[in-house]
Design a protein around this ligand. Structure first.
Ligand SMILES: Nc1ncnc2c1ncn2[C@@H]1O[C@H](COP(=O)(O)OP(=O)(O)OP(=O)(O)O)[C@@H](O)[C@H]1O
Ligand SMILES: [Mg+2]
Length: 253
């Protein structure tokens, strides 16, 4: 295993005159959950596309699992899975057929068993034989994530994995991501939700105006800001807590 799961040096990428990445640098240690934050249009998806070999950088280097994303693209592709910002699911196939297709593409020995295990894990067993065109947004997201778990690539890229999910769905995804990292996989995710990064990430990086302007653990990032003042306020439940409590009660009935 290479020292670093991902190593990016002085990466540049422009779309015509629009300079998106202007000297991006960072490393990701193996087995770590790394969250990339940044406002809309910061270049998060562009960076993920470069790291997953879908797009070539203009200059700079990026190594994924020790392989160069330009010179050793095939080896990089064998080392990764990618869940894009917009789901890459075949609408005309059922959930089970989508999973079997990916398992076959990855040359797994028992595609049907792999598919059924993942359907079970993501609560999609009942919907397994329905066409994806009839799935809800949350179900699609879960299927998309399940598809990225076919085979055992050591590095996973998740571009906004919980966008469009309800709070319960988000918690499920967080749980899966945590389990993956505990199992030794490296997870590189982008998110718009700061609480998601807070909950999940071992390290956080902020992409702004083409560069990583801050990175570190949450504790390290907190030190960049002035010390918190102590205030005494009544603790109100968050909307998320209320929502989950009500949903839980419904299911218990
Ligand atoms: N194929 C393309 N051609 C031209 N411009 C592009 C292309 N893809 C992205 N861009 C532009 O590059 C910038 C970065 O886009 P990118 O999708 O990487 O941002 P992002 O951080 O993922 O944003 P979001 O949070 O909205 O997903 C944006 O200004 C976008 O409009
Ligand atoms: Mg994006």
């Amino acid at each position: 295993m290479p020292d670093m799961a991902i190593q990016v040096k002085n990466l540049h990428k422009s779309y015509r005159q629009l300079k998106v990445l202007q000297g991006v640098e960072f490393v990701v240690e193996p087995g770590c959950i790394f969250a990339l934050l940044g406002p809309n249009g910061a270049g998060k998806t562009t960076l993920i596309k470069i790291l997953s070999t879908l797009l070539k950088p203009d200059s700079g280097t990026a190594l994924v699992n020790g392989f160069d994303v330009v010179a050793q693209a095939a080896q990089v592709r064998h080392s990764i899975s990618l869940t894009g910002q917009f789901a890459a699911i075949d609408e005309l196939l059922t959930g089970r057929e989508n999973l079997i297709m990916i398992a076959q593409l990855r040359h797994l020995k028992q595609p049907l068993r792999v598919a059924d295990e993942l359907l079970e894990r993501f609560g999609l067993t009942e919907a397994a034989n329905r066409r994806v065109s009839a799935y809800s947004g949350g179900m699609r997201r879960r299927l998309d994530l399940a598809m990225s778990l076919v085979g055992t690539p050591p590095i996973m890229f998740l571009d906004e994995p919980t966008t469009g999910l309800d709070p319960e769905g988000r918690l499920e995804v967080w749980q899966v991501v945590k389990e993956l990292a505990q199992g030794g996989r490296t997870v590189f995710l982008t998110t718009q939700y700061l609480d998601e990064a807070e909950q999940l990430a071992d390290r956080i990086a902020i992409l702004h105006q083409g560069r990583i302007i801050a990175s570190g653990t949450l504790q390290e990032l907190k030190k960049l800001f002035p010390p918190a003042r102590v205030e005494y306020v009544e603790k109100q439940p968050t909307l998320e807590e209320i929502f989950l409590a009500i949903i839980g009660q419904k299911e218990a009935c």
